[in-house]
Ligand binder design. Structure first.
Ligand SMILES: *Cc1c(COP(=O)(O)O)cnc(C)c1O
Length: 647
């Protein structure tokens, strides 16, 4: 971990919006979709044929408020999803053209990455111009794919373990002319497929998923390679071919599937995986299978850090390079054997949807670790320990900060132990802790501006960082930050023309020790604090967490019963205006209670009975009872997050 905090550098010239863009790395992770305007607002940028439109996020928040949608909210920008589908398909088209590859690309979107109806509909709709299909890993997802995909040239790839019902659905789809392929995950699936196929008189399209021996870098991929829990062993693959031959069905085997893992940061792993997949592909052709499709799975990464590195949360390649590598490697492997070029299929999920969603929230409060103003001098009768501490505070400087830090710790601990023994008073302890805090802050300041920091002191700036309390739940909206230490770009969406002067970490509403964000991406690695602006009285301070469109929305849990946030989908128009194309209200308190099997109606009745009893006992008036029950009802119907001024 990078140890220097992400703080605004010392700065001579006045702070500019451009300085903020650099500080938060917008141009590194934003894929040109985000931009800081000169007046300090973060804008979404959308390209149209002959011009670019920019819309400040703060304007969209205002629009939401006018419609009664309060923070926090997930904001989806449709245009960004469209742009990513285009980018992927067009990058493959360019690679295919420039290498004169003899076949086409067909992308499929894995529904599990974002199952939200509107997202899948948008992919199916916008993607139809590229025959972009869907990948389904369960019956429910296959039903989504069958109902939402209307283009018969698009593929539906069925992964996951399939029962007879799953297989029937897929066979009917194939009979209707839908390009629906079953990918065998294991040998055991084959008899069911053959049996159902014969019973219904419909031949399946089949694929096999192999287990690649390539081990892949990055978080997700600890179980890549031979330990992968997915895919068939080579031995099983050979058995599948034999059984298909016996059943006279080998002509159904058309696709080879190889998914190396998700978020593959290193292009070398991808190239190795493709090489190995090609060997399997040509092996199957040698066995007499017709083949025709090579499905390379997901794995195309997102550069959450904007570092262009092979770190877990980054990637050391660009989209064009990814496509070129795949196309070129397939040619290099198959041309010497005179094998016709297969249709290239990939199942990019993360890289397709991550950009289009962001979590927006306001901040509710800040806890700082600033000392209270110190008096001019200590009282004459102050203890000698207190006097020593006072002197340290006078002396801290660039040369002696380590010594001062050690001394401050020593004297502070001394007073605390005197306090425990009854030899120092409460107010002495308070004064000592405050002076120590003053020293620590001075030391932290020296640390921030010094090149080499002793290891034992590196955590100090983080220990003294402000805690900004955000109106959101990590567990609901950013589950991967908590579950797998995923890093997302985080930044304020306005006031970017002001210098951010505070070092901060973020805590959510749950006040759970895991309900926090304290790892932030920077181009030089990760940092434990983020530079933020001081809060102003009477003015909201809005932050955004970006690139959250993949894997976050349906993993969220009900920690502390914070429910789904509002979700707003916006389409930006060519004239720079934007429409709210969908608004989904987040869970009410009654909703989340019913998820955990409470019945809000019974709860209302129980409260009514208690209130009535209190009336009977003369504790409250009937008018108060009415008022109370009204408040209770309003709470049940209200948002689970912090609502400003609802009363
Ligand atoms: C999860 C998954 C994907 C999506 O991977 P991304 O890295 O999000 O592109 C694709 N294919 C299969 C089989 C998967 O399990």
């Amino acid at each position: 971990m990078r140890t220097k905090p992400l703080a605004a550098p010392p700065h001579e010239a006045p702070w500019s919006a451009q300085d903020s863009a650099d500080l938060y790395g917008v141009n590194d992770w934003g894929c040109d979709f985000f931009k800081v305007s000169d007046n300090g607002e973060l804008e979404v940028q959308v390209d149209f044929k002959d011009h670019t439109v920019s819309v400040p996020l703060i304007q969209i928040i205002e629009g939401m408020q006018e419609r009664g949608l309060e923070m926090p909210a997930i904001l989806r920008i449709e245009n960004l999803l469209d742009a990513r589908i285009s980018a992927l398909n067009e990058a493959f088209a360019r690679a295919i053209q420039s290498y004169q590859y003899g076949n086409v690309y067909r992308g499929v979107f894995p529904i599990k990455v974002n199952q939200q109806c509107h997202v899948v509909e948008e992919i199916a709709d916008f993607g139809s111009r590229y025959h972009h299909g869907l990948e389904a890993g369960s019956k429910a997802e296959l039903i989504i794919a069958l109902s939402k995909l209307h283009d018969n040239e698009s593929m539906i790839v069925c992964n996951g373990y399939k029962d007879a019902e799953f297989i029937e659905l897929g066979l009917y789809a194939k009979e209707m002319g839908i390009n629906c392929i079953f990918v065998l995950e294991s040998l055991k699936e084959l008899p069911i497929i053959l049996e159902r196929s014969e019973a219904l008189g419909i031949e399946p399209l089949l694929g096999v998923r192999i287990r690649s021996s390539v081990t892949v870098d990055g978080h997700w991929n600890e179980d890549s390679g031979d330990r992968s829990i997915f895919g068939m062993s080579t031995h099983s693959l050979v058995r599948v071919v034999e059984e298909l031959k016996q059943a006279n069905m080998l002509h159904c085997l058309q696709l080879l599937h190889c998914h190396l893992g998700s978020q593959i940061p290193n292009i070398r792993n991808i190239r190795m995986g493709v090489m190995e997949a090609c060997r399997f592909y040509s092996g199957l052709i040698e066995q007499g299978a017709p083949m025709g499709y090579l499905d390379l799975g997901g794995g195309l990464a997102v550069d959450y850090e904007g570092a262009s590195s092979n770190h877990t949360h980054s990637m050391n390649y660009q989209l064009d390079e990814y496509c070129n590598n795949i196309v070129e490697t397939i040619q290099e492997c198959l041309d010497p054997e005179n094998i016709p070029h297969p249709v290239i299929v990939t199942e990019s999920g993360r890289a397709t949807v991550a950009y289009s969603s962001m979590l927006l929230f306001n901040t509710l409060d800040v806890r700082t670790y600033e000392p209270a103003p110190l008096p001019e001098s200590l009282a004459d009768d102050a203890s000698s320990t207190l006097q020593s501490l006072w002197q340290v505070n006078q002396d801290v400087g660039a040369e002696n900060y380590q010594e001062c830090y050690n001394d401050a710790l020593f004297y502070r601990d001394e007073i605390q132990s005197l306090f425990r023994r009854g030899q120092a008073s409460l107010s002495e302890r308070a004064i000592a802790e405050n002076i120590a805090l003053s020293i620590f802050q001075k030391v932290a300041k020296e640390i921030r501006s010094s090149e080499r920091v002793p290891e034992e002191m590196q955590h100090l700036p983080q220990m003294l960082a402000d805690i900004y309390y955000g109106n959101f739940s990590v567990f609901q909206s950013l589950p991967d930050t908590w579950a797998i230490d995923q890093v997302f770009p985080v930044m304020p969406i306005h006031r970017l023309d002001e210098k951010p002067t505070r070092d901060a970490m973020l805590a959510d509403l749950t006040c759970d020790c895991d309900g926090k964000i304290d790892v932030f991406a920077t181009a030089e690695g990760t940092s434990s604090t983020l530079a933020l602006h001081s809060l102003k009285e009477e003015e909201e301070y809005y932050l955004g967490v970006f690139l959250v469109g993949a894997y976050q929305e349906t993993l969220g849990d009900l920690h502390n019963l914070f429910g789904d946030t509002h979700v707003v989908s916006v389409a930006i128009r060519e004239d720079g205006r934007f429409d709210f194309v969908r608004e989904i209200h987040g869970d009410s308190i009654a909703d989340v209670l019913s998820y955990v099997e409470y019945d809000p109606r019974i709860m209302s009745e129980e409260l009514r009975q208690r209130a009535e009893k209190a009336v009977r006992q003369g504790r409250i008036t009937p008018a108060r009872r009415k008022q109370m029950l009204k408040a209770f009802k309003a709470s049940l119907d209200g948002y689970t997050y912090f609502e400003r001024g609802t009363l």
